[in-house]
Design a protein around this ligand. Structure first.
Ligand code: CAA
Length: 284
């Protein structure tokens, strides 16, 4: 099966990036949001990121117009999923929100459509069980900024079949991404390895081993990371980091994943990183 058209549900940081890469690679997208202002914001972000690519001569001005023209923003899940071959869900990491989205998708999608979630922490097997087609349910985990990062972590749930995996792997390559298969365990591979590093960096700050700037400098200059772990935590969102650490902690029942108390305190204070203007760094 070839994927000729997709629906992306959610136009936030990840969703608008996912819509951007499908459309830029000539796969038309229905981008589904809950409110017109969110849909407008998603389209404005895609426009801005495409313009950045035009100014760096990565794509032509014509490519930008064609890409924007092939994204159709809609506020209706029923309308947005009825004529597509693949649905990629990128709504907030809250099981109840995802449950209501997948129930609406299930009621309106074509029988052959593949269901993919961009979740970074919720079990693919558990989401798949909300639908009547767990064998066609899979994780397509993209990385921020989606137009730049090469990886798609493809997460196989307990019942995901080979055909679904093969179609999603092939589609990821069409997006000029590198698909890497992993099985469904808490945090998959990416966050199981990344989040303990971020958490340990926060413990270093908490214990006064070094300032955030100096922790980041060590990891950038000593380990060639493009961003230090604390700058990256701000970029991902401290609330998202905390949620993922809790999923690892509860999923494995292993104290090595316990979230640093300083992380919990910063989230309680509403200092969530770039999106609120303050985290380990000030962005105001
Ligand atoms: N859309 C299109 N292009 C973009 C972009 C966007 N949103 N953001 C950046 N770019 C492009 C820039 O145009 C630039 O292109 P050139 O190399 O051709 O000049 C390139 O990306 C680098 O951007 P900048 O020069 O502005 O900035 P930089 O060199 O500091 O790189 C960065 C920025 C790409 C974000 C880099 O710092 C980086 O790779 N950081 C690590 C990001 C990371 O680890 N992401 C994963 C987070 S985890 C996650 O997403 C999943 C999860 O489950 C938590």
């Amino acid at each position: 099966m070839d994927i000729k058209k997709v629906a992306v549900i959610g136009g936030g940081t990840m969703g608008n990036g996912i819509a951007h890469v499908f459309a830029m690679n000539r796969i038309p997208v229905n981008l589904i949001e809950t409110k017109q202002e969110f849909a407008d914001k998603a389209m404005a972000t895609i426009d801005k990121n495409l313009e950045r690519m035009v100014s760096k001569e990565k794509i032509s001005a014509e490519d930008k117009v064609t890409t924007l023209d092939s994204i159709n923003a809609t506020l209706s899940i029923a309308e947005g999923v009825k004529d597509v071959d693949l649905i990629v869900e990128a709504v907030p990491e809250n099981f109840d929100i995802k449950k209501s989205v997948w129930e609406a998708v299930e009621a309106n999608a074509q029988d052959h459509a593949i269901f993919a979630s961009n979740t970074s922490s919720i079990s693919i097997t558990k989401l798949a069980a909300l639908t009547g087609r767990p064998e066609k349910f899979i994780g397509m985990h993209f990385f921020n900024p989606v137009p730049v990062m090469k990886l798609v972590e493809i997460v196989r749930g307990l019942e995901t079949d080979d055909e679904t995996y093969n179609v999603v792997e092939k589609t990821s390559k069409l997006l000029a991404k590198v698909p890497v298969p992993v099985n469904d365990f808490p945090g998959f591979v990416s966050n199981r390895v990344l989040m303990p590093m971020i958490n340990e960096a926060i413990f270093c700050v908490h214990e006064g081993v070094a300032t955030p700037e100096n922790v980041d400098e060590v990891m950038k200059l000593g380990m060639a990371h493009p961003m230090g772990p604390l700058r990256l935590a701000d970029f991902i969102g401290l609330d998202v980091c905390l949620d993922i650490l809790n999923v690892l902690y509860e999923g494995f029942k292993d104290p090595k994943y316990r979230p640093a108390p300083l992380l919990v305190k910063m989230v309680d204070a509403g200092k969530l990183g770039n999106k609120t203007g303050e985290g380990f760094y000030n962005y105001k």
